[in-house]
Design a protein around this ligand. Sequence first.
Ligand SMILES: C[S@@+](CC[C@H](N)C(=O)[O-])C[C@H]1O[C@@H](n2cnc3c(N)ncnc32)[C@H](O)[C@@H]1O
Length: 298
Amino acid sequence: MRSRSLNCNLISTPANVQTVNDATPHTIGKTNSSRRRLPGLAVRDGLVRHPFDLEFGVRTSGLVAGRYLVSGQRNDRHATAYYAVAPSVFRSILVRWRRCRPQAPLDAFTFVDLGAGMGRAMLLAAEFPFRAVIGVELHPFLARIARKNLALWRAAKRARAPMRLVCGDATEFPLPVGPCVVFLFNPFGAPVLRRLLRSWSQTLTGWEGKMDILYVNNEQERVFEAQPGFTRLFQGPIRRSHADAVADRRILTSQPEGEYAATPWEDCSVYRWVGTAKAGEPRPRQTDPNCGGTRKRR
Ligand SMILES: C[S@@+](CC[C@H](N)C(=O)[O-])C[C@H]1O[C@@H](n2cnc3c(N)ncnc32)[C@H](O)[C@@H]1O
């Protein structure tokens, strides 16, 4: 998705990592507005259901502009919008990532969606045998819908990984212990992403190679480029399937305010935490040829 402007205190050493487990509260910070209706989620707001929802009986469709995503938390103003990732784009970036030789088997990785919305990316991720799939969503109304979707997914026996949704701010979320792949579908603006990367880079010592980031609609790419310690493994456009392109175009052209635009692709990147280079050592190479390299948009 193209947009007008749409666009973990985490890991240190294994000894002092804060683990996310079933005892961790599934809510971070304040949770008001969980029942307030959000503009963009009703037929009268132009809602068109995506074929993914029609096929699986879940609720992930809708477009909520960032200005309506008010949860009462300090990072509200940096939220881009709610919109769910195109399934074809999600599956393609996962394939790209797996070509980048993740440094552990898939079932050792926890998949974390920061800005999980109604959970579509989590549902898609749970079709793979990850160690766990965790979503973090700031807005309580969306988080509540996501939890219902997760329950439907489990009941339909589509989940091959345990799933959990945490309602709260991504910048306050403690990354789980062990290899981790973080998914970002352009959830927030540069100030929040910058804070997140700085916080990670202060605590990720010892986790080199074990934390990868999949960034879809990589509008704030320059924030990664400015933050030492992350190397880019892939950058390029990922095309939607024809079915997703048709669905997204229908959805985006039915917005009453028409502020977001659809493109046939999403600009994406894959990053890996490699640690900050010691003085005198060359910086790690940018873009790994095994992952498909940097490609021009077609
Ligand atoms: C573009 S949607 C992505 C939804 C989901 N990842 C998917 O692909 O289907 C971005 C989501 O990020 C959430 N968000 C924005 N800022 C956040 C923050 N600081 N912490 C957690 N979630 C946030 C928004 O509420 C919105 O639901």
